[in-house]
Ligand binder design. Structure first.
Ligand SMILES: Nc1nc2c(ncn2[C@@H]2O[C@H](COP(=O)(O)OP(=O)(O)O)[C@@H](O)[C@H]2O)c(=O)[nH]1
Ligand SMILES: [Mg+2]
Length: 177
């Protein structure tokens, strides 16, 4: 099988939002993860956390899509620009049950501003009741920044939810070229 195009997509967002889970949910190959014991329970009660990166890949329509996940904790910020290099788009994952998901968005949009302003991105809001009710405040948040990304309520454990975000991202990204 021939693969003509290479795409690198970055999963960004705070610790516990589901970057590692999302990549595992769709990767064709067993994902490479760098989980270590969580020493930062102030951020999340998870047992383990990504300390370097996640990597997986998926073939869609003869393109190999490379999936990278960042370590979400701000103390790993030095890794973020390294991982962003060469990315053509990103999936921003937010955990609606965290204390201040809008502040989380502020942090990651600012840190990845090159990616989110110049390239396509989509937003996945997790841990909602999927009633659609929570989306309005995010739509308003982005509209106030003059940004109009696709925003979805997702469960990162569901392969179809993650695939949908990726497919929409790739369609939008191709339309920009
Ligand atoms: N109960 C529940 N768990 C969820 C939901 N969404 C994500 N998770 C869990 O939240 C955790 C996210 O962890 P992880 O993928 O390591 O997050 P990362 O820090 O962004 O890489 C995983 O254990 C998921 O199974 C949800 O809607 N409900
Ligand atoms: Mg992780």
């Amino acid at each position: 099988m021939s693969s003509t195009t290479l795409h690198k997509i970055l999963f960004i967002g705070p610790m516990g939002a589901g970057k590692t889970t999302a990549i595992s949910a769709i990767s064709d190959t067993p994902p490479i993860t760098t989980e270590a014991e969580n020493s930062d329970e102030a951020q999340s009660v998870k047992a383990t956390t990504t300390v370097a990166l996640d990597y997986g890949s998926i073939e869609l329509a003869n393109d190999v899509i490379h999936l990278y996940g960042i370590p979400g904790q701000p103390r790993f910020r030095f890794m973020w620009p390294i991982l962003a290099r060469g990315a053509v788009g990103c999936i921003v994952l937010i955990d609606e049950s965290r204390e201040n998901p809008m502040e989380d968005l502020d942090v990651y949009l600012e840190a990845f501003d090159d990616l989110v302003t110049k390239q396509a991105f989509v937003v996945g809001i997790g841990r909602t009741d999927k009633s659609g009710a929570t989306l309005d405040k995010y739509t308003t948040y982005f509209a106030n920044k003059d940004m109009f990304p696709p925003i979805f309520e997702v469960d990162v454990r569901e392969r179809n939810d993650v695939l949908m975000m990726l497919e929409i991202l790739l369609i939008n990204q191709e339309m920009q070229q």
